[in-house]
Design a protein around this ligand. Structure first.
Ligand code: TRP
Length: 446
């Protein structure tokens, strides 16, 4: 099991499959809508380029050097105090928290495959009501789809890197890309297209708040799957001659392209229908179905294709969210993947159920903490706090603890010296300072 490796293209695809997920198509558009558009996108892009890509490469280098699970990676790469550093590797358990609410959303997507086939809402108001009712009243239906999403994800992970994860990505990522491109071309014809472009790309900095900066930075981590050892764990299975630098840029580029395309399409529809961009978590579910309805039969085909591809984009990410803890349990305790997954599955299934219940009007009071429902709490605490914190630790570890010689030996041939030095400088100073400022700003000054 330990020596299982990706093929070269398999790694880029799997890492992109991990990165490209609900974060791009569900979360990015709705966060942009909630945070006022262009200024949020601007900060997000800045965070991807300067913080995201640096940490991505740092995680990839760590995994490639150690070829081990996250805990062992920290332990073995620290020249001294490995016994202390190993605790940083427990950042992998953030995955348990993310996975719980992530699968609830995949459940919504499963349900929407069915909605497209049976009863597409005609306008944005109907679509809003349909989504709202599902989330706030339909416990049984949501539980059924959630359970299905949960079982499918765990089945794929149980089959391991090559036969499960890599194969799934090879087939479905291109399909998702094609459908999105089609929708993008379609959106050119919509009245709201111009307004969508203005909303996304003309920044209004008066809308920036400490919380929106934190959200943009958090989203950069979330969308690139950073800050909890996913990229580290996947990189442990890299083929020997893979080019980490090129892979990091490719993944970041593809991931950003997909988020932006999804944003353009969704806001073009929203503005064409005169709907509100700040609808929150229901945005994709509310904006797209009325459009599919308008396109008649073709809309059903494209709609089903879209939600199936989105479900798979979600699944390829879900897989990568549990893989780090799975690898930790199998490699450190010598138990089988199945056993590890049973343990993790038990935890996440309970947490996910609580997250689902926290949106149900009649039951939510039982699962509200600090004024936030369990669902929002899991989402906020992971994206906005735990992932940036994980990124901070990774930046400091690679910038100050891992011997520079080893990094040069690994990456020296893959980028010009000036680029290496810039990356190293970003990791040591710029990234940690940005993360600390952003988190502190949110905690103390808002
Ligand atoms: N990046 C994925 C998305 O955008 C989610 C994801 C997968 C993730 N693995 C992760 C997020 C690890 C944080 C950490 O949907």
């Amino acid at each position: 099991m330990k020596s299982e490796r990706f093929s070269k293209i398999g790694f880029v695809l799997a890492a992109s499959g991990s990165a490209i997920g609900l974060g791009n198509i569900w979360k990015f558009p709705y966060m942009t809508g909630e945070n006022g558009g262009g200024a949020f996108v601007f900060i997000y892009l800045f965070a991807i380029v300067f913080i995201g890509i640096s940490i991505f490469l740092a995680e990839a280098a760590m995994g490639r050097l150690s070829r081990a699970d996250s805990v062992t990676t920290f332990e073995s790469l620290a020249p001294k105090n490995g016994a202390m550093w190993k605790y940083a590797g427990f950042m992998a358990f953030t995955g348990v928290l993310i996975f719980s609410f992530y699968t609830v959303v995949i459940g919504w997507i499963f349900k929407y495959i069915y909605v497209v086939l049976t009863d597409l809402p005609k306008n944005v108001e109907d679509a809003g009501a349909l989504f709202g009712n599902m989330v706030t009243t339909d416990t049984t239906g949501q539980m059924a789809f959630y359970t299905l999403a949960f079982l499918v994800s765990f089945y794929v992970v149980s089959r391991g890197i090559k036969r499960g994860i890599e194969k799934l990505n090879l087939i479905l990522m291109p399909l998702l890309f094609l459908i999105l491109l089609f929708l993008l071309f379609y959106s050119f014809t919509l009245d709201g297209f111009g307004e969508s472009m203005r909303f996304l790309f003309v920044p209004d900095f008066s809308k920036v708040t400490p919380l929106s900066i934190l959200s943009a930075v958090g989203q950069a981590f979330f969308t690139l799957s950073l800050g909890m050892g996913t990229i580290m764990t996947y990189s442990a299975a890299l083929p020997k001659d893979a080019n980490l630098v090129r892979s990091s840029f490719s993944v970041a580029f593809l991931d950003t392209a997909i988020a932006i395309i999804a944003g353009i399409v969704i806001f073009a529809i929203i503005f064409s229908f005169g709907a509100e961009p700040s609808q929150g978590a229901g945005l994709v579910f509310i904006s797209l179905p009325p459009l599919f309805n308008q396109m008649d039969m073709a809309g059903v085909v494209i709609g089903v294709g879209f939600f199936i591809a989105l479900a798979f984009a979600g699944l390829t990410s879900a897989v990568s969210i549990v893989e780090p803890t799975t690898k930790y349990l199998t490699d450190r305790f010598g138990i089988s993947r199945i056993k590890a997954l049973l343990v993790l599955g038990f935890l996440t299934y309970i947490l996910g159920t609580l997250a689902l219940i926290s949106n149900i009007e009649a039951l939510k009071s039982h699962v509200t903490f600090f004024g936030k429902g369990m669902f929002d709490l899991l989402d906020f605490s992971t994206s906005s706090i735990l992932l940036p914190l994980g990124g901070l630790i990774i930046a400091i570890f690679v910038g100050f603890v891992v011997e520079k010689e080893r990094l040069i030996r690994l990456l020296g041939d893959q980028m010009p010296k000036a680029v290496f030095n810039t990356w190293y400088l970003l990791l040591r100073y710029v990234v940690p300072i940005c993360i600390v400022v952003v988190i502190a700003n949110q905690l103390f000054f808002s």
